[in-house]
Design a protein around this ligand. Structure first.
Ligand code: HEC
Ligand code: HEC
Ligand code: HEC
Ligand code: HEC
Ligand code: HEC
Ligand code: HEC
Ligand code: HEC
Ligand code: HEC
Ligand code: HEC
Ligand code: HEC
Ligand code: HEC
Ligand code: HEC
Length: 285
């Protein structure tokens, strides 16, 4: 009986010990999922991303440069020396973005240093800044046009730059938007032969300007001149009137003809006392 009890106690102890020993025995089996070292995976050297790959993930930027990048058509990383480094917690967006000053001096002078205010998309460098952004400051960069408009006052001085140059920066309006021609068939492409648009009342009358223009306001004289039998019909209006409203002297071209005696000239000092009408000289037909 004693032995039997001993056996039971022993069994119980054994069981307890067994429980005690069983647990650590189960835990010590190795976990099958831990990654194994594999040096072969690192036997390669990854190639840097190609420009095309940048374009695969950033199609808008790629297309922007392709279509309107102009002289910015070089590798993204020339500008983005740092990229894929934006961290919202560090709020470092501005710090990692390219600066124009990496490559440009302040091309328009020291007043215009916030480049992106006008050149809103650096990936589309040839896209002209919107006219609206630059209203009232045109003259800062185009001082010559502003100077002319002020120095030679005309109705155009009262017209703002952007109401003529209105569609996009650099656009040139046609005079036809606001004016009629001087005569019916006059081409609008010829207007600037006489009018510098920023000082339109200073009229250039040189060269082969279209003389029918004069008929718009001096119809009678134009008709007389174009039908006269005298040789003045072959002299161009602007050969005599080399500036608008200027009246030439006969002597500038003729001097005093030899057969016109001093005595005669003393009595009739004005050439037109005898020759009557300069635009239609009386001549023998
Ligand atoms: C001439 C320099 C220049 C080049 C070249 C350039 N970038 Fe940028 N990029 C910038 C600047 C400057 C900004 C910051 C613009 C801003 O803050 O408005 C920017 C912003 C970005 C941004 C973040 C803002 C956004 O528009 O989503 C991405 C993405 C980007 N560029 C991708 C590219 C990729 C891709 C290329 C090449 C295909 C490229 N860039 C070429 C200058 C450049
Ligand atoms: C596999 C896709 C992928 C490729 C390839 C890739 N990018 Fe990105 N890039 C992203 C994503 C996603 C973002 C974050 C979202 C966003 O700004 O469009 C990002 C953001 C950016 C940004 C703005 C934020 C920052 O942290 O700089 C720039 C600049 C940029 N990428 C440039 C490049 C350039 C340059 C290349 C090529 C050398 C390139 N990326 C290639 C996916 C890509
Ligand atoms: C990595 C150098 C680099 C950076 C950064 C850079 N540019 Fe340029 N950019 C050039 C080069 C090179 C040219 C062509 C030569 C020149 O005009 O000086 C150019 C030309 C331009 C042109 C004329 C484009 C054309 O094709 O006619 C504009 C506009 C311009 N850059 C604006 C900017 C602005 C705005 C920034 C800043 C957002 C900027 N650039 C940043 C290199 C750069
Ligand atoms: C107030 C608006 C404005 C600001 C600010 C501005 N630009 Fe411009 N920029 C223009 C306009 C307008 C043009 C003419 C574009 C065209 O040819 O249609 C121009 C043209 C350019 C050109 C090409 C023509 C040239 O002269 O070579 C470059 C390069 C340029 N800008 C760089 C810059 C840089 C760099 C900055 C910042 C330092 C800057 N711009 C700031 C309006 C601006
Ligand atoms: C920041 C400087 C800047 C500002 C502001 C600016 N421009 Fe310009 N503009 C330029 C540059 C640079 C050019 C290119 C000059 C060239 O190609 O000789 C240009 C070109 C032009 C041209 C075309 C010239 C040609 O020969 O075809 C016109 C027109 C023009 N600008 C009108 C304007 C008007 C109107 C404004 C105001 C709404 C304005 N610009 C504001 C810099 C500027
Ligand atoms: C956006 C409209 C507009 C455009 C474009 C325009 N003008 Fe004018 N122009 C005017 C206005 C407004 C006046 C004053 C009223 C009038 O005479 O019709 C004027 C007046 C004139 C005058 C008389 C100036 C004075 O002080 O009496 C001349 C000359 C003239 N324009 C020539 C031209 C020529 C040439 C062109 C084209 C190169 C042109 N204009 C383009 C609006 C314009
Ligand atoms: C009445 C309309 C009108 C007004 C106002 C006007 N322009 Fe012009 N501008 C033109 C026309 C038309 C041309 C083309 C002239 C030519 O082809 O000879 C021109 C040409 C230009 C050019 C190209 C270079 C040149 O002189 O031919 C620039 C730059 C320019 N204008 C800037 C300005 C600025 C800056 C202002 C305001 C200070 C202004 N313009 C006001 C109609 C106008
Ligand atoms: C052959 C030279 C010449 C040409 C070409 C010319 N003009 Fe004139 N224009 C003049 C003269 C001269 C005046 C009168 C100026 C004065 O009264 O001091 C004038 C006056 C004007 C006036 C103001 C007086 C008025 O009639 O309203 C406008 C507007 C005008 N021209 C527009 C134009 C337009 C538009 C064109 C092109 C279709 C054009 N001009 C072509 C010489 C010319
Ligand atoms: C051979 C030189 C000459 C030619 C050619 C000429 N003119 Fe004249 N024009 C003059 C002279 C000289 C006067 C001054 C006449 C006087 O004092 O009575 C004058 C006067 C004028 C006057 C102002 C006086 C008036 O009668 O109203 C106008 C207008 C005029 N010319 C327009 C024209 C036109 C238009 C043409 C071409 C169709 C033209 N001229 C061709 C020399 C010329
Ligand atoms: C848009 C109308 C217009 C056009 C076009 C025009 N003129 Fe005139 N012209 C005038 C006006 C207005 C006067 C001033 C008349 C006055 O003072 O009585 C004038 C005066 C003159 C005078 C001086 C008259 C004097 O009495 O001293 C001459 C010369 C003249 N023009 C020649 C021309 C010639 C040549 C052309 C063609 C190239 C021409 N004009 C085109 C409107 C014009
Ligand atoms: C711009 C120069 C110029 C001016 C100014 C000028 N003429 Fe003439 N004139 C000519 C020419 C050229 C002829 C033709 C000469 C020839 O073919 O031998 C001519 C011819 C003549 C003839 C001969 C006419 C004929 O048909 O045979 C007379 C007369 C004459 N001019 C008088 C005048 C008078 C008077 C004036 C001033 C009111 C005047 N001219 C102003 C250039 C001018
Ligand atoms: C007293 C009248 C008179 C005066 C004044 C006068 N002429 Fe004459 N002129 C004539 C006569 C007459 C002719 C010869 C016409 C003919 O033979 O057909 C003539 C001929 C001409 C011729 C034709 C070529 C020639 O030499 O025969 C020219 C040119 C001329 N005159 C220029 C002038 C000039 C210039 C003035 C002013 C300085 C002027 N005339 C003043 C009467 C005059």
């Amino acid at each position: 009986m004693f032995r039997f009890r001993v056996a039971i106690v022993t069994l119980i102890i054994f069981c307890c010990v067994g429980v005690v020993f069983a647990a650590p025995t189960q835990q010590s089996t190795p976990t099958p999922n831990l990654p194994q070292q594999n040096a072969e995976l690192y036997a390669t050297d990854p190639q840097p991303l190609t420009l095309e790959q940048c374009g695969q993930c950033h199609p808008q930027h790629f297309q922007g440069i392709k279509q309107m990048g102009g002289r910015h058509q070089f590798d993204c990383r020339e500008c983005h020396t740092i990229f894929h480094a934006f961290n919202p917690r560090r709020d470092n967006y501005t710090a990692i973005m390219p600066q124009c000053s990496q490559c440009h001096v302040p091309v328009h002078g020291n007043k215009f240093t916030r480049c992106l205010a006008c050149h809103q998309n650096p990936h589309m460098a040839t896209k002209a800044p919107a006219v609206q952004i630059m209203v009232n400051i045109c003259g800062e960069c185009h001082s010559e046009q502003k100077r002319q408009l002020v120095a030679a006052p005309s109705a155009h001085t009262e017209v703002s730059c952007d109401s003529c140059h209105h569609t996009e920066h650099g656009s040139i309006p046609s005079c036809a938007e606001c004016h009629e021609p001087h005569f019916e068939t006059q081409e609008f492409s010829t207007c600037t032969a006489c009018h510098d648009v920023h000082q339109p009342l200073i009229i250039a009358m040189g060269g082969d300007i279209e003389l029918q223009t004069c008929s718009g306001c001096h119809g009678d004289i134009y008709t007389k001149w174009s039908t006269t039998a005298s040789k003045h019909g072959q002299v161009r209006c602007n050969d005599c009137h080399d500036r608008h409203k200027q009246i030439p002297q006969c002597q500038d071209c003729h001097g005093i003809p030899d057969n016109h005696s001093a005595k005669m000239m003393a009595r009739f000092p004005r050439c037109l006392d005898c020759h009557l009408d300069v635009h239609d000289l009386p001549v023998k037909r």
